[in-house]
Design a protein around this ligand. Sequence first.
Ligand code: FAD
Ligand code: MLT
Ligand code: ZN
Length: 476
Amino acid sequence: MGNLVADLRAIAGPAHVLADPDVVAGYATDWTRRYTGSASCVVSPGTTAQIAEAIQACAGYGARVIPQGGNTGLVGGSIPPAQSDGADCVILSTKRLTALCPVDPRSRQVTAGAGVTIARLADHAAAAGLRYGVDLASRDSATVGGTIATNAGGIHTIRYGPTRSQVAGLIAVLADGSVVGSLSGLTAGSTGFDLAQLLVGSEGTLAVITEARLALRPPEPAAAVLIAGTTGIAAATELLAHIREVIPDLLAAEYIDAAGLALVRDVAGLAPPTADPHEGYLLVEIAATAGVPDPDAYLQRLDTVGLPADTVVALDANAMAALWSYRERITEAIATIGMPHKIDVAVPIPALGAFCADLEGVVRDAVHGHGNSEPRLIVFGHLGVGNLHVNVLGPDPADTGVDEAVARLAASHGGSVAAEHGIGRAKTGWLAFSSLAADVDAMRSIKTALDPAGLLNPGVLFPPEIQQQRATTRTV
Ligand code: FAD
Ligand code: MLT
Ligand code: ZN
């Protein structure tokens, strides 16, 4: 490995290859601290050309490459495997790819380096009178490259779609060091397969994304935020449908269950949002649009919906931010009480009520079945797109029984075992619960074609069979 470190230092510069085991260990543990692996070093190239050279150098030594952005991913995709197959792992950090070009107001697009954070991108767009469509609580660390690689969603997906909908082009380095893609931003061009869109959601298994051309939106300030107390997720879903009938331009529609609200209040020292406690809370952010002249007009429309009596509506920025804090601070609040099993699933909106009705029993059975004590269940998420975050505290972090049970439950309700966080290392074994075997086989074929040696992010996204297949091929 000594030679690879030396070679990488020659490529990226001596200061940009970290090999001190204590320092490397910090990069090899994920945000949740549930997933950890080991790597020989961390390289932070400064250009696309350096990344291509670094990948080729790693390939020459048979070392695996683990692309890493802000390391805020929640499914263990940004860190090396815990068990090595004998090969060294190198973490390839994009933290030096921070170039941000001027916004082009005519195309409403901007080119950003993969290491630019979402918060910086949002500020940059705002300074040009525009808005970036993806926003998430990890905005200060999550990067352009990481959000593309995971197809991140976030709080405005209901309005602008996930990251996929913002990508107008990108540049990426494949496993053989070749550089692909375009930053022309030509959304009207059709010249065969769309490689940029293929790489969205590929979780670092097909290429290292180095730059992206991103669509921006006209600014849409929030006119109002409301929190309504409901009897649970089914009622919240019904209420949301009624609100959308009279106000189609929602910026966000989020759900928080009673346990999540109680915890965030406790940890963050927040007063109750509503007069009485409820089983579930619907938070809605309404955009100020040209069609509706002032906040009173929204209130009049909302009057026709039949909002629950215990609804709080905020119309000024401070009051709106105060309501958002119940939702925005949940993840950090959960992290203060333990290492949760975070199970991010998507369920068709009409099936959310039935899914949640089954959830408590499924979680309890899975946890008791594995000899654990009473679990603590917290459910919240992006209701408007059927994306729920099921958090279970209690079971040992290494015990995946409850994670698997919840993933199976989501699939049995017509949902997906993974939503905005992706598959990572956490969910590879469950991909088949909600994806056709033929779909997984087609993805494997693409992986094998672009990365035949399995250099990029081994153990992420694909079920273990791919490793076995490769081993078989080699033996033969
Ligand atoms: P990393 O965590 O570094 O990497 C994630 C994956 O992308 C890994 O597989 C990695 O190998 C790959 N990758 C990273 N950079 C590149 C690159 N340049 N080229 C190729 N592959 C790459 N997610 C949501 O979708 N919505 C939310 O609302 C949301 N809220 C969050 C709130 C908190 C408090 C936290 C901690 C996380 C949240 N997340 C959310 C999860 C996380 O922020 C996202 O998954 C984000 O997209 C990860 O970006 P990152 O730069 O940190 O990527
Ligand atoms: C969120 O929506 O807050 C995030 O996806 C983080 C989480 O799931 O905890
Ligand atoms: Zn989320």
